[in-house]
Structure formats: structure tokens, C-alpha cells
Design a protein around this ligand. Sequence first.
Ligand SMILES: Cc1cc2nc3c(=O)[nH]c(=O)nc-3n(C[C@H](O)[C@H](O)[C@H](O)COP(=O)(O)O)c2cc1C
Length: 216
Amino acid sequence: MNKADIILICASPRPKGTSAMLLERIRAVTGGEVIFLPQKDSLDDLILAMQEATTIIISGPCYINTYPARLIELLETAASAGGFSGQKLYGVINGGMPYIHTHRHGLLCLQLFAERNHLLWQGGFVLGCGAMLDGKPLEKHMNRKTVVPAFAQFILHIKEGTPSSDSLYEQAQSPPGKLMTRIFASLLTFMVEKHIKKCGHDPKAPNWYLREQGPD
Ligand SMILES: Cc1cc2nc3c(=O)[nH]c(=O)nc-3n(C[C@H](O)[C@H](O)[C@H](O)COP(=O)(O)O)c2cc1C
């Protein structure tokens, strides 16, 4: 693989976050330049670089069940620009929740983009519990025993230019059971309520939009 032909796009605004850490892990093996999308004013030169690349790798966080809006904007602008022919596209998405299904939509966006714009969709990697990592090495992940070798396998696919199947990341991460989900949900609710109180609000107050309007 020619290093100049590979482009790695980070869709997180956090240059030291989990998306960037995963991308750096890939870059260490494949080479290529990492481009931070949120820090770019114009998309034009980035789209040109994507058109000229042979392999494109996108890594980003899950924001409300898919990639951040800036990445969706990039895909839409690139689709309008056209000029793609057989570029290999790989995607990585990480989310805070310890699940896969809530983040997978990001990869579906990339797949549709590839299929409709003459790129070659090569598969991706979904990572749960990305917020707990907060940019720390993958070796600190709660499922490290299975996630680390699975991600290494994913990187190997990129290096060799072969497709990566969903089963790779699915088998590496098992969702927490009902009891753990309950404990996890209670903990998150407690933390959110604590934060709301700290900001001087009542967490039990009715939703602002649903409140009955009194006489002005
Ligand atoms: C605006 C916003 C929306 C988010 N939405 C979700 C979400 O829908 N599901 C989820 O699991 N995590 C969500 N998260 C958490 C991030 O996906 C998580 O912190 C991720 O690890 C951030 O990656 P980064 O370090 O690369 O920025 C959200 C975070 C922010 C700031």
C-alpha cells in the first residue's frame, strides 16, 4: 500500500479522544495522513484528497445514534461533487453506550455513500464503551481480551485491502445483561440528576415544553 494513497479522516472534534486513538492505531500500521474534519474550514481540498486516494478510513464518535453532522455534511458534499471510482472505504464508530446496535447506523451511512457513489465499501468496526476509554489505549477497554485482537484483525484487513465482516466486532463485544443494564441506567440517571441540581434546576420538574402555560 502506497502511504500517499491512504487518507484517514477523524470526525471527532476531540483530537485526543477515542476516535483519534483508534485512527492512530490504524495509521501506525498503514501509514497515511490523519485529517481532523471538525478543524477544517473548507471541505473542498478534503474532497479532492478523497477522490485521489485509493483507501479512505473514517473514524468518528456516535452522536445521537450516528456520526456527527459535519461528517454527514462531508458525505453529502462529496456525493454532489462526484468523481469517485473504486476507492476503498472503511469506517470506525465508537459510542459511549456499551452496545453495538445503537452506533451501527454510522457505518450504514458510509455503506450507502459508497454504494451510490462508485466507492468500494470494505466494512467497518463498531466499538461500545468508547467514552470510558476517553482516548486511552484500547488495552484499557473492558472487553480488551477480545476487542484488542479483533481490532488488530480489522487493521490487517485495511493493510491487505480486504473486506472486513461485521462478525469481527460483534463477536468481540457482548452486551451487558439485564441486571448490569439496570445498574448502569440507575448510575447514569443519578449522575445526570446530580448535574441538573448543580446547575440550579429541579430534575423532577415537568418538561419545559410540556408544562401548562400560565396566564402571562
Ligand atoms: C453531542 C453528543 C451526542 C452523543 N450521543 C451519543 C449516543 O447517541 N450514543 C452513545 O452511545 N454515545 C453518545 N455520545 C458519547 C460519545 O459517542 C462518546 O463519548 C465517544 O466516545 C466520543 O468519542 P471521541 O472521544 O472520539 O470524541 C454522545 C456525545 C456527545 C458529545
